[in-house]
Design a binder for this molecule. Structure first.
Ligand code: ME8
Length: 533
């Protein structure tokens, strides 16, 4: 099956740009890691990939945070944007660019898009009286509001709203209902998972109001362009500014270069909280500017922490830096991608992390690699032996390892990270069963030629697993491939299959790739010597 991006072979993937009013937490790391896994997967699959992350630095929320801290908004942005940029290194993100909405290239793009919308007749100035939630940086309709337990008027997310009355520029969103519905009908893969597609579809079907896209009561934003330079009164609403980042990073309004190469083969990865902005407003802005909407938006679920909502007031906000330091980078990446079907909500429980590390990475995948390579190092002087004729069992395992890319690719095209790992794991488990059955250690005395073949088949299976696991656990997977002596240029999906099989000969000394996780207090507790009382 050809995935939605297969024809052009370019793939542009973006994280949301994160608000700099706060520190990065595990939720931000989650979205970025998912993008990184997708980006690495597509690169290994022969695509020309561009992977973008960045920070969302304008708006009332950021301006307020700066005021509360007694510093200028720019100072706050510089300080906090760095935290998000640094996190990318900590979580192993292979992004090609990092955009900040306070950069000049972004201002140029926002103003160009605005002018295009205006020239096409989709912007008008009118008086606005309505409800705004600063926490969500979103306007809500009267009908969406409720009172919370404290009697405070809140939007559908629980964020308090305030009454605003301003003269604003409006985007004629109401004119796009039919075009959007038609676009969804003809592009059923535009939104994943399916449940979110249905949610967006019924929202648009219910009717669209025009959208206020400028603010006048504060000044921390991109100035609205006027006929003679910047409009002194209006700044852009932070969401029209924020969404445009995806094109600023391609050099828009220059429509040659990266823009021509990557747009609209783009996938926006977002949390379920910001789906309306990406699946309704963003395609409408683009249609209004005669530009193509993105190919796909995937909205993932939210993590709770040990069963509770993550919040500053509960003091349970998980810092990804701490988690990586405690469990290891690949271990955290694996856990986040494996633990819950992508798209669902899930719970971040530390006992579950340890369970995945020990049960799957150490006992299953790590053990498989270590059993084969350790045996070769100990008994064959570290030389990968030449295989003899393959039996039916050998061929079956080798074929399973080579063919699994099909189902893995199919799962990844739908961002089914857990399903892709399930498929890879079917080979890990089959390989462990194979080793138990073939028992190379017993063959050492009885049939050394057969032992050589079994060890070779094991090593060749581990080579496939190493190649396939690179997007998820890049450091460890490459360590596995190093230990098999696989050249750096022979690690893509084009190198799966027996045509690129390992060459017999000396291997580097193996070291365990996936250590067991031992909680701090229990680390290395010395065993009492035998016979000691
Ligand atoms: O919304 N579980 O930025 P933001 C999983 N600036 N993911 C979570 C999460 C959780 N508990 N909490 C946050 C913005 N996220 C805008 C985006 S894009 C043009 C502008 C993730 O800093 C999730 O991906 O509030 C969510 O969409 C994102 O962080 C929100 O980050």
């Amino acid at each position: 099956m050809l995935g939605p991006f297969a024809v052009s072979k370019t793939f542009y993937i973006t994280t949301p740009i994160y608000y700099v009013n706060d520190k990065p937490h595990i939720g931000h790391a989650y979205t970025t890691i998912a993008c990184d896994v997708m980006a690495r997967f597509k690169r290994l699959d022969g695509f020309d990939v561009k992977f973008l992350s960045g920070t969302d630095e304008h708006g009332q929320k950021v301006a307020k945070a700066a005021k509360d801290q007694g510093i200028s908004p720019q100072e706050l942005c510089d300080r906090n944007s760095k935290n998000f940029r640094d996190l990318l290194g900590v979580i192993g993100a292979s992004n090609d660019d990092f955009i900040r909405t306070t950069e000049e290239r972004h201002k140029v793009a926002c103003q160009a898009l605005w002018k295009q919308l205006e020239a096409n007749g989709f912007i008008e100035l009118k008086k606005y009286a309505g409800w705004y939630a600063v926490r969500d940086e979103a306007f809500y309709d009267e009908g969406e509001l409720t009172k919370n337990a404290d009697g405070v008027l809140v939007g559908p997310t629980g964020a308090p709203v305030e009454r605003v009355e301003e003269e604003n520029y409006f985007f004629k969103l109401s004119a796009f209902q039919d075009r959007l519905l038609k676009f969804y009908d003809t592009n059923p893969d535009f939104i994943g998972p399916k449940s979110r597609f249905n949610e967006v579809y019924s929202f648009v079907k219910g009717g669209l109001n025009d959208l206020s896209i400028s603010r006048t009561t504060f000044s921390w934003g991109v100035p609205v362009p006027g006929p003679k330079g910047d409009d002194p009164k209006h700044i852009m609403y932070v969401w029209i500014d924020a969404l445009t980042n995806y094109m600023s990073a391609l050099g828009y309004p220059n429509t040659s270069g990266d823009y021509a190469k990557y747009w609209p083969n783009v996938m926006h990865m977002v949390g379920k909280d910001i789906i309306r902005f990406h699946c309704v407003y963003w395609p409408a802005f683009l249609m209004a500017a005669n530009l193509a909407p993105p190919q796909r938006v995937f909205a993932h679920g939210w993590w709770t922490v040990e069963g509770q909502k993550m919040s500053k007031s509960l003091g349970n906000v998980v810092d990804p830096n701490d988690m990586v330091a405690k469990y290891g980078l690949d271990q955290i990446r694996y856990f986040l991608m494996r633990e819950i079907p992508f798209g669902n909500d899930g719970d971040f429980a530390e006992a579950a992390i340890a369970g995945r590390i020990n049960g799957e990475l150490a006992n299953e995948l790590g053990n498989l690699a270590q059993r084969g390579l350790g045996f070769i190092a100990k008994n064959l002087g570290g030389e990968l032996p030449s295989p003899g004729a393959f039996t039916a069992e050998d061929t079956e395992l080798l074929k399973a390892a080579a063919d699994i890319i099909g189902p893995v690719r199919e799962a990844m095209d739908k961002q089914g990270f857990d399903k892709a790992l399930d498929a890879i794991w079917s080979v890990v488990r089959a390989a462990n069963v194979y080793v138990d059955r073939q028992a190379p250690w017993a063959l050492k005395k009885t049939d050394p030629a057969r032992m050589n073949t079994v060890l070779y088949v094991m090593a060749e299976t581990v080579r496939h697993l190493g190649i396939l696991m690179q997007p998820f656990v890049p450091t460890s997977a490459n360590k596995m491939l190093d230990q098999l002596g696989v050249p750096a240029g022979e690690r893509t999906f084009a190198h799966l299959g027996y045509a690129h099989a390992l060459k017999p000969g000396p291997l580097p000394a193996p070291t365990p790739v996936f250590p067991r996780y031992v909680p701090a207090g229990e680390a290395q507790a010395p065993k009492p010597p035998k016979g000691a009382k």
